[in-house]
Design a protein around this ligand. Structure first.
Ligand SMILES: Cc1cc2nc3c(=O)[nH]c(=O)nc-3n(C[C@H](O)[C@H](O)[C@H](O)COP(=O)(O)OP(=O)(O)OC[C@H]3O[C@@H](n4cnc5c(N)ncnc54)[C@H](O)[C@@H]3O)c2cc1C
Ligand SMILES: NC(=O)c1ccc[n+]([C@@H]2O[C@H](COP(=O)([O-])OP(=O)(O)OC[C@H]3O[C@@H](n4cnc5c(N)ncnc54)[C@H](OP(=O)(O)O)[C@@H]3O)[C@@H](O)[C@H]2O)c1
Ligand SMILES: Cc1cc2nc3c(=O)[nH]c(=O)nc-3n(C[C@H](O)[C@H](O)[C@H](O)COP(=O)(O)O)c2cc1C
Length: 579
């Protein structure tokens, strides 16, 4: 079993420190306002377990730990894959912070512990006191399902819920702060002296963070796919010079977009407004036009807006789907229909500016896996982004953020951005170990960064990339770079799967199977297995192929394969950055 990571030893990167710096002031204020604490004479251990795919839950767990320390507790922050069910059963004070992934699934690092805890053999937990913070996104049908399952299961096992579960939407910070400042005093001392948080280790070097995104400049916007390709993938270089921010290969950059002025104008017209209506938004009075441009999600309709349009229009099909709770039918109906389509197809739906705004969700940032190494490119961040463009209902539709970068940003435009560290998706510290990277489509992004990192470190370990896309002639992105990496020996193996170059589709997992014996040999040599790209189809099929390869070439039973893969996951040698 791995040693739990103590907060004081936590190796915060600069980007995490920046994030925490902003987070703390809020928590501290809320803690100071709290009462009702239990006196703790000796430091009581508080276990904070996190299930996290891309670092949000982990960051919140660390924040909870810092707050707990300020309350005289001894927090122990642990990734869920670092403990087994026996270790969990021995804990008496537990905070669970977990996101939900896939379609209502546990994040990768929570899966094994969850399986053990949900088994019939799991003992009762009568001595445990717990609370759950669930991170999720209301855009998904199974909102916060992983957190809900943990909450229900621990209660079912006889543990005492000391504070009600809080479910957080994409903008989770305020709800997380509130949960931390409510739950910690249930255990800690409210002695004011102990509430002085030592922020020395968390002091941000940069003033920029998730709460205060850096206004960056876009230096490069280059088409990677050919002009006659069936898709459009672009390479971007964003300057972070002067920000005092830094990043590591494997991290993501979150970009805060603004909406297309054309779409804003069309929506204002469709709801029967003028655009100059002044409305209060986040404490500021701004015009409807500016609000729709910068503050609200106007492409993908919120559930509330869909419901209101159905009610006002009397649209029978839509009302039928909503009233019967036919989620699949509703998703099918909404596929390819954006807010403007709904308004145009239901022309009775006029709204006052304030009414309309009240039905919208805040405009969210989009995450992008960084495709450069921070060591090789300390002043720029490279991104590899497929532009979302499709035609439906007789009009072109554009993804908000991918086409903001592609079409709307010029030399003067500020690209507001911040980093999300992904501490497990990292080039191994040991430069001699082999790495296997599976990244079709835009999934190649972090592996370009990994190869740069290995080159920079003069790492001797072998590197194997599985890449694929639709057609070799038009979609073999970064071809010259990859071939140069092969020529200079950094890229030991490159296996390519161009799906549409022949009648039968060929995917990266077919190439993995073809070279299964060698792939297994690399794993046996201590190799790391990384996957990036589509979560819903590719990552699942690649997982299946990996299991089959291990079974065939390791000559292992079904249970032995599961154990083998679980060990890879525990050792962080099988990690995924999937979306
Ligand atoms: C950790 C992480 C890393 C990521 N890394 C990358 C990366 O490196 N590169 C990259 O390109 N993306 C990456 N993404 C995805 C990225 O965050 C955005 O989701 C993507 O760019 C689309 O955002 P958008 O604002 O352009 O589109 P949005 O405005 O969000 O629109 C997307 C929506 O449009 C609809 N839609 C899309 N295509 C169609 C269609 N053909 N027909 C009908 N409806 C359709 C769907 O409802 C879809 O959800 C990553 C995501 C995560 C979570
Ligand atoms: N969850 C999501 O919403 C999601 C996930 C991933 C990507 N995207 C978005 O889609 C756009 C394009 O993405 P992209 O360039 O990364 O990839 P992509 O164009 O969807 O696919 C890249 C390659 O993967 C192949 N592929 C399809 N199904 C596969 C499977 N089951 N196993 C293995 N390979 C498979 C594709 O083949 P064929 O197309 O020929 O079948 C293609 O050759 C981007 O905007 C991205 O953000 C969205
Ligand atoms: C591919 C993908 C699938 C997701 N699936 C769900 C889901 O089914 N339910 C949900 O509530 N949230 C879902 N989310 C949202 C995440 O839980 C949310 O973004 C969370 O803040 C991520 O935290 P983490 O970085 O700790 O993993 C999904 C996000 C992604 C990118």
């Amino acid at each position: 079993m791995k040693t739990p990571q103590l907060l004081e030893n936590a190796p915060y990167s600069e980007t995490q420190r920046a994030w925490l710096g902003g987070f703390f002031s809020g928590i501290r204020t809320q803690l100071m306002q709290n009462t009702g604490a239990v006196n703790a004479t000796t430091a009581q251990t508080l276990h904070i377990l996190y299930g996290s795919q891309t670092g949000n839950a982990e960051a919140v767990a660390n924040d909870a730990a810092t707050a707990a320390k300020a309350y005289g507790l001894k927090p122990v922050v642990t990734s869920m894959d670092a403990i087994d069910s026996d270790a969990l059963a021995a804990m008496d004070t537990v905070l669970i912070v977990t996101s939900t992934y896939g379609e209502g699934e546990m994040p990768d690092n929570a899966q094994m512990l969850w399986e053990a805890v949900s088994a019939d053999s799991m003992p009762q937990l009568p001595n445990m006191k717990f609370s759950v913070l669930a991170l999720g996104d209301t855009g998904y049908d199974l909102f916060c399902k992983a957190g809900i399952e943990w909450d229900n299961r621990l209660a079912e096992l006889g543990a005492t819920r000391i504070y009600d579960r809080v479910d957080c939407d994409v903008a989770f910070e305020a709800a997380a702060e509130s949960w931390i400042s409510s739950v910690i005093p249930q255990w800690g001392s409210k002695d004011a002296a102990s509430m002085v948080v030592n922020t020395e280790t968390a002091a941000p070097k940069s003033q920029y963070s998730r709460k205060n995104p850096f206004p960056a400049k876009l230096l490069v916007n280059r088409l990677l796919t050919s002009t006659d390709s069936s898709k459009e993938t672009r390479h971007y270089e964003i300057s972070i010079a002067g920000s005092a921010l830094s990043y590591e290969a494997g991290d993501a950059l979150c970009v805060v977009p603004t909406n297309s002025p054309d779409l804003v104008a069309a929506i204002i017209n469709a709801i029967g407004c003028k655009g100059d209506e002044i409305e209060p938004v986040n404490g500021e009075a701004i015009s409807l036009q500016d609000a729709l441009r910068t503050q609200f999600e106007i492409k993908s309709p919120s559930k509330e807006l869909v419901q209101e349009i159905a009610t006002r229009s009397g649209n029978q099909e839509l009302n039928g789907l909503l009233s019967t709770g036919d989620k699949e039918g509703l998703a099918k109906y909404l596929w390819g229909r954006d807010t403007l389509d709904l308004l145009l197809q239901n022309p009775l739906c006029e709204f006052a500016a304030a009414e309309f705004i009240a039905l919208l969700k805040p405009l969210q940032h989009r995450a992008y896996s960084i495709s450069s190494s921070g060591k090789m490119h300390p002043d720029t961040v490279h991104l590899t982004i497929a532009s979302v463009r499709y035609d439906s209902f007789d009009r072109p539709h554009n993804g908000v953020c991918s086409t903001f970068l592609a079409d709307l940003v010029d030399a003067e435009t500020e690209v507001r951005c911040f980093f999300t560290p992904n501490k497990v998706f990292r080039v191994p510290k040991d430069n001699s170990l082999p790495i296997i990277m599976v990244g079709p489509g835009t999934g190649i992004a972090p592996f370009r960064a990994f190869l740069q990192e290995r080159l920079h470190r003069k790492a001797t370990g072998k590197n194997w990339l599985f890449f694929g896309d639709r057609n070799a002639v038009t979609d073999f992105i970064y071809r010259a770079e990859l071939e140069a990496m092969q020529a200079n020996g950094v890229l030991t193996r490159l296996d390519l799967a161009f799906s549409r170059d022949q009648a039968e589709k060929i995917y990266v997992q077919d190439k993995m199977r073809e070279h299964g014996a060698e792939l297994f040999a690399w794993l046996e040599q201590g190799g790391y297995f990384f996957v990036c790209g589509d979560a819903y189809h590719m990552a699942k099929d690649v997982d299946k192929a990996l299991l089959d390869i291990i079974a065939a070439h390791g000559q292992l039973s079904e249970q032995q394969v599961i154990d083998y893969v679980n060990q890879l996951k525990k050792d962080k040698r099988y990690v995924r950055d999937v979306y």
